[in-house]
Design a protein around this ligand. Structure first.
Ligand code: AMP
Length: 114
C-alpha cells in the first residue's frame, strides 16, 4: 500500500503537533481544526478505511477509543463532552485514506452533523 500524509507524520517526514504516541497509534492536532480541540488518532498500521479493518484489528480499534478517552481527559473536555468521528469513503467526506479517528471538543456540537 502506498504512503499517506499520515504515514509521513508517523515517520517524522512531515511536521505535526503530536500529543500522544505509543506502539500502536499516534495522535496529533488537525492542521485545519474544526473545534477548539481537534485531534486525530491514527493507527501506525496502514488501514485505508474502516471497511478494510478485520478481526485481527479488534484490539487496535479498541485501543483507539481508549486513547481518545485518555486524550479527552488530558485536554480537559471529558466532562463537557466531545465527539469521535471516523469518516469512511466519499460520501462521509474521507480525504485521507489512512484510518483515523477525529476527537472534537471544546464547543457545542450540532446534531445531525452536516
Ligand atoms: P478525513 O476528511 O476524515 O479524511 O480527515 C482528514 C483530516 O486530516 C482533515 O481534518 C485534515 O484537516 C487533516 N489533515 C490533513 N493533512 C494534515 C496534516 N499534515 N497534519 C494534520 N492534519 C492534517
Amino acid at each position: 500500500m502506498s504512503d499517506t500524509i499520515f504515514t509521513k507524520i508517523i515517520r517524522r517526514e512531515l511536521p505535526a503537533t503530536i500529543v500522544y504516541e505509543d506502539d500502536l497509534v499516534i495522535a496529533f492536532r488537525d492542521i485545519a481544526p474544526q473545534a477548539p480541540v481537534h485531534i486525530l488518532i491514527v493507527p501506525k498500521k496502514l488501514i485505508p478505511t474502516l471497511n478494510d479493518a478485520s478481526e485481527e484489528d479488534r484490539e487496535l480499534l479498541g485501543h483507539i477509543f481508549l486513547v481518545a478517552k485518555r486524550i479527552a481527559a488530558a485536554e480537559k473536555i471529558s466532562d463537557r463532552g466531545y465527539r469521535l468521528v471516523i469518516n469512511t469513503n466519499a460520501e462521509a467526506g474521507q480525504t485521507v485514506f489512512h484510518l483515523h479517528c477525529h476527537l472534537l471538543g471544546g464547543r457545542s456540537m450540532q446534531w445531525p452533523p452536516g
